[in-house]
Design a protein around this ligand. Sequence first.
Ligand SMILES: [Zn+2]
Length: 430
Amino acid sequence: MSQRKACRGLIKPIVKRPLMVIISKATEKQQLLINFLRMFIQRLTTQMNVLMLVLDSMSHMSYQRLLPKTYAYLKDNLKAAILDGYNIVGDGTLSAFTPILTENSTINRGFCFGPRPKYKYIVEYVKDFFKKYSVAPKFTVATIAGLSHANNDPVASIDLYLKNFLEDLRISGYMNNTLLIMMGDHGQRIGKLRYTTQGSLEERLPMMSLTFPETFRKQYPHLMKNLINNKKRLSTPFDLHETLQSILNIYNAEKPVKYTDRGISLLNVIPINRTCQSAGIELHWCTCKKYEILNTTDKHVNQVATYIVSHINQMVQIADKMCAKLTLKKIYEAKKVYSVVQISKPVASIDRTEDDTLGVLQYQLTVETAPNNGFYEATVHKVIANNSFSVIGDISRINLYGDQPNCIIRTYPNLRRYCFCKKTIDTDKH
Ligand SMILES: [Zn+2]
C-alpha cells in the first residue's frame, strides 16, 4: 500500500474536479451512465483512467477481419487481453451497456446511444480531452456507430486511422495510466450473415479487449495472470462491471468467488466450469450450447414455429389493433438446443441436464413471417407432458424493419421489431 502512495500521491485532491465525457447524443436515460461515471471517478483509488472505445455491432471475428492492423497493434504492441468467450446477455446496445454500468440486466428500453457524430470527430475529441485534462482522472465512453451499425464492412476504411490513434495514445504517454477497453457492444444483428449459424454466434460474441497500463501489469502480476487465463473462459458484461468495481478497490480484486456468482471480476479467477446459467446468460443468448439440426418439415418443429408467431401476435395486441396479425411464411432453420454444463469438457461428454429425459426440450428456430417479411430467431422451451411452450429471453429480429412500426414507434417502442402497422398495408394497396 505504501508503494502505491509513493507512486503518485493519493487521489483525493484531484477528485474534487471529476471529469467525464460522453460522446453521443444525450438522452434522459443516459443519467444512468452519468451517475455511474460520477460514482466511479469519486471512488477511484488506482489513479487509472478508463477509456472505453466502442464500435457498434462489431463481433470479435468482424474486428479481426476488418481491422487487422488495429487488432494486431492491440494484441502485439499494447499486450491487450482479448477475450474469446465474451458473451452478450441481451438484445442490442442497451443490453450491452446496462450490465456494465449498473449490474442489472435490463432497464427501460428506448434508451439509445445514437445518433452519433462522425468517427473522426469522436476520436479527435477523445485525444483533445486526454491532452487538455492530462492530470485529472477520467472515465470516457466513446461510441462509433455510423460505420458498422447496419453493415460492418465500411469499418475497414478506418483500420489505419484507429491503429494510428492507439499509437498516438501510447507515444503521448496516455496509456501509462489508462485502462483501454476496445470493444463492440454486440455483433451484427441483421443481414445475410445473421441468417447463418456463424452470424448467430457472432452477434453474441462481440469484441472485448482490456489493455492495462504497463505499470499496473508489473505491480499486479497475479491479477494479470488471472486476466490472461480468463481470455478462454466464459465472460459477460456483468464481469466487466465487476472488473471496473475491482479497479475502484484493487485490494479486493481477488476476493473469494463462488461458482454461482453471476459477475466475477476479470482480474479474479473465473471458474473453468462456469455455465451460461451460472453466468446469467439466458439460453437464447448463450453460445455454450449444443445443437442438433432438425427437419423444418417436422410436425413438432411446426408446432414450435406456430407458437412463436402466435406469441408475437399476442405481444402486439397491447398496441390497440394498430399492428397487423402475422402469419408463418417459412421455417428457415430449426435446432434442438442443449445447455452445456461444462464448457471445458469435450463435446462428447456434454452433460444434457435439460434433456428430454427431464421432460423438457429446447428449440431455436429461425422463421419468416408475413405480411412483414420479418425474420425472427427465437428460443423456445417446451414441456413435453402438457405440450406447453414458452419463449426464453428475447425474440430477435434479424432483418431490417424499416418504417414498418411507424404507427407505434413512440407509444410502444418495445414492439418495433414485431409490429407491422396496418396503415402500411393500406397505403401499399393504393
Ligand atoms: Zn449496438
